[in-house]
Design a protein around this ligand. Structure first.
Ligand code: B12
Length: 215
């Protein structure tokens, strides 16, 4: 099992989507829990690539290939994650997306997957989502919670723009707002009037359930 996870982590670092997909399948066949695969192979693999990028040891095409490899592995793991929770009743409705101007999606996808896996109905709006689109989807779905991801210091202010748009639409009291992404913080959440912040996908599940008052 450890060997498969090690090879999978290496496939993420090497940006090899085919191998990542195959190794994710092998891990499931070997009986490894999908969450363990994510936490012990995919996330640390992406962290290595991120560190290499920050040190100038890898470049944007390398990042994109690593991201593609992670997404291929996630496509294998996601149904298994959700299947494990399929008997549970939906505990609430979440609208999630990456804010305008920002195309980072890996972390947001992970949060969306974990929330689905924990029994919530999740509407993922994708990346580069304008504030008006968040408002529309909250109206259409009657969402209880809205999740706003931002990975850039230049786009984190668009988390605030969404909160303002909700206020203008008279929806702010009806929906809880949780923010996340590398530059976000509990202090930033407080500054912009969000209800909560979570540092990672695991924490997000607990925080969202707390906001909804469910166990
Ligand atoms: C992969 C990556 C890319 C990929 C994205 C591919 C994709 N499909 O998503 C590509 C190559 C496209 C890219 C592009 C760019 N990137 Co980039 N990228 C990264 C990198 C290396 C990793 C991000 C990642 O996926 N991490 C893995 C995931 C699992 O972690 P995560 O995103 O942090 O998410 C977790 C938490 O933050 C949290 N979370 C995330 N969202 C949410 C939402 C909610 C509601 C909650 C509760 C929690 C939560 O939970 C997640 C899971 O645990 C980071 C560096 C880093 N170490 O973070 C730079 C980084 C974010 N990028 C950066 C930059 C500058 C760019 C570019 C501007 C580069 C350029 N010059 O073109 C462009 C921006 C394009 C745009 N308009 O968005 C900078 C940002 C600097 C800053 N302070 O603003 C970083 C920090 C790198 C650096 N040090 O310079 N990037």
């Amino acid at each position: 099992m450890d060997e498969i996870l090690h090879h999978l982590q290496q496939a993420i670092i090497a940006g090899d989507p085919d191998r990542a997909r195959e190794l994710a399948k092998q891990a499931l066949v070997a009986g490894v829990a999908p969450l363990t695969v994510i936490e012990q192979a995919l996330t640390p693999g992406m962290q290595v690539v991120g560190n290499q990028f920050e040190c100038g040891e890898s470049f944007i095409p390398d990042l994109m290939m690593a991201a593609k490899a992670m997404q291929e592995a996630m496509a294998v793991l996601e149904p298994a994650l959700i299947e494990r929770q399929e008997q549970r009743q939906l505990a609430g409705v979440v609208v999630i997306g990456t804010v305008a101007g920002d195309i980072h999606e890996i972390g947001k996808n992970l949060v969306a997957t974990m929330l689905s896996a924990s029994g919530l109905q999740v509407h993922d709006l994708g990346v580069d989502v304008p504030a008006s689109r968040f408002v529309e989807r909250v109206q259409e779905t009657g969402a209880d919670v809205i999740g706003l991801s931002a990975l850039l210091t230049t786009t984190m202010r668009n988390q605030q723009a969404v909160i303002e748009a909700l206020q203008h639409a008279g929806l702010r009291q009806r929906v809880k707002v949780i923010i996340g992404g590398a530059p976000a913080s509990p202090e930033w959440a407080q500054t912009i009037g969000a209800d909560a912040y979570a540092e990672n996908a695991n924490e997000a599940v607990g925080v969202v359930k707390n906001l909804l008052g469910v166990k």
